[in-house]
Design a protein around this ligand. Structure first.
Ligand SMILES: Cc1cc2nc3c(=O)[nH]c(=O)nc-3n(C[C@H](O)[C@H](O)[C@H](O)COP(=O)(O)OP(=O)(O)OC[C@H]3O[C@@H](n4cnc5c(N)ncnc54)[C@H](O)[C@@H]3O)c2cc1C
Length: 371
């Protein structure tokens, strides 16, 4: 029987674990945390279930196979979801994605529509700023995207975001008609169970050997041997890495840049805080620290006379988002390309790409075909 060692028990570690177990591998999963699940784990505060960040399933219809796979293990509910963006200059909550009906209500609505009508039909963009100004013009970019992006990615200049930024945009530039997010072409869903994805962890890890609270300290790549923080070592025929690949090569090309988030949990004495079907509010104005407020009841359908919201504030204290800066992406590729046969790097940090839950399931299903 062949042995695989998986570094990290987040969604990608679990998905790859299940795929290998299905193919009769012995699988050892190690995580520096004492609990499994990484970013998608549901926790409770005052009895209110929540995750760090919303973590709903949003995938294009071509990733239906990912939805079907997950839905069999963790039955899902389709979301009828809206988002707001607070426009401080007019004290107005606009829909996000940007909606033409809101634009018409803005003080400069006429100029905005004129600007949009004069945009070139085809534009090539080499960075985030060019991409958005080319799609919606400078006025809407300033209102909805400019400061939001500078804050969310802790940038000085949005032109420095010059790789893969399209992945952050799963929406049309300017919506008309329904204000519901992804009314067409996307699957937008959340687990029905109050504990969110947590039952998936048991399913995925069932049959594996788990080493928790004892992370990777270093690795002998050629021998496929993982050394843990407590000095133990584990060797395998395959190592599946889901953490930042610079760690595997002792940061020899420099540490990869990431942006993190601080999450603030606040319970308010109202049964509902945000209007019906509004799950998030984005804050794109200068002088605001938070990027987003989420009302978790909307996802979890938790019943209480109170409601839990979280405030997300960009931070450099943890590493959650790989950047979309070409020089960093190329550095990550250098690390990944140096991994010898028998060591693969997957998931969000492992690939240093903006991948979501649906992409990770698709990666796992594809991997299984080739084991
Ligand atoms: C705030 C936020 C909100 C998001 N919202 C959504 C969403 O709504 N929908 C969606 O589809 N996607 C969302 N995502 C993305 C999605 O959740 C991630 O892509 C996915 O969870 C990544 O899983 P992972 O296993 O690759 O990484 P992680 O979940 O980060 O897991 C990595 C694991 O590795 C462990 N680890 C770290 N260092 C070591 C070490 N040295 N040794 C051993 N183990 C270690 C960690 O403890 C962790 O358990 C969001 C991401 C963020 C940051």
């Amino acid at each position: 029987m062949k042995t695989a060692v998986i570094i990290g028990s987040g969604f990608s570690g679990m998905m790859f674990c299940r795929m290998l177990l299905d193919k009769n591998w012995k699988v050892i999963v190690v995580d520096k945390s004492k609990i499994v699940g990484g970013g998608v784990r549901t926790f409770w505060h005052g009895g209110h279930p929540f995750t760090y960040g919303p973590r709903h399933f949003i995938g294009p219809e071509e990733n239906q196979a990912a939805f079907d796979y997950l839905n069999k293990v963790v039955p899902m509910r389709h979301l009828e979801k809206m988002n707001y963006s607070y426009q401080a200059n007019e004290d107005y909550f606009a829909s996000y994605p940007i909606h033409l009906d809101d634009v018409k209500n803005f003080e400069d609505g006429k100029e905005i529509i004129e600007e949009i009508n004069n945009l070139p039909k085809e534009t090539k963009s080499s960075n985030f700023e060019e991409y958005w100004t080319g799609r919606v013009g400078t006025k809407l970019y300033e209102r909805f995207n400019k400061h939001y992006n500078l804050k969310a990615w802790q940038l000085e200049d949005n032109r420095s975001m010059d790789f893969g930024f399209e992945a952050t945009v799963k929406r049309k530039p300017l919506e008309t008609g329904s204000r519901y997010e992804f009314s067409e072409g996307y699957i937008n869903a959340y687990p029905l169970a109050k504990n969110g994805y947590n039952d998936f962890f048991e399913f995925a890890l069932n049959g594996s050997e788990l080493v928790l609270g004892n992370g990777l300290k270093n690795i002998d790549l050629d021998k496929k041997t993982v050394y843990l923080e407590d000095g133990a070592k584990i060797s395998g025929d395959l190592v599946v890495n889901t953490i930042s690949p610079d760690i595997l090569l002792d940061n020899c090309y420099g540490e990869l840049a990431y942006v993190g988030r601080d999450f603030y949990k606040i319970v308010l004495p109202n049964e509902n805080v945000l209007p019906k079907d509004v799950y998030f509010i984005y804050y794109p104005n200068l002088g605001e620290q938070q990027t987003r407020v989420t009302e978790f009841k909307k996802f979890t359908l938790h019943e209480s006379k109170n409601s839990l919201i979280t405030l997300e504030v960009p931070s450099m204290r943890n590493k959650l988002y790989p950047t979309m800066i070409k020089a960093e992406v190329e550095k990550a590729e250098k690390y990944i390309n140096e991994l010898p046969e028998g060591i693969i790097s997957v998931g969000r940090m492992g690939t240093y790409r903006y991948v979501d839950i649906d992409d990770i399931i698709m990666q796992g299903l594809e991997f299984k075909k080739n084991i």
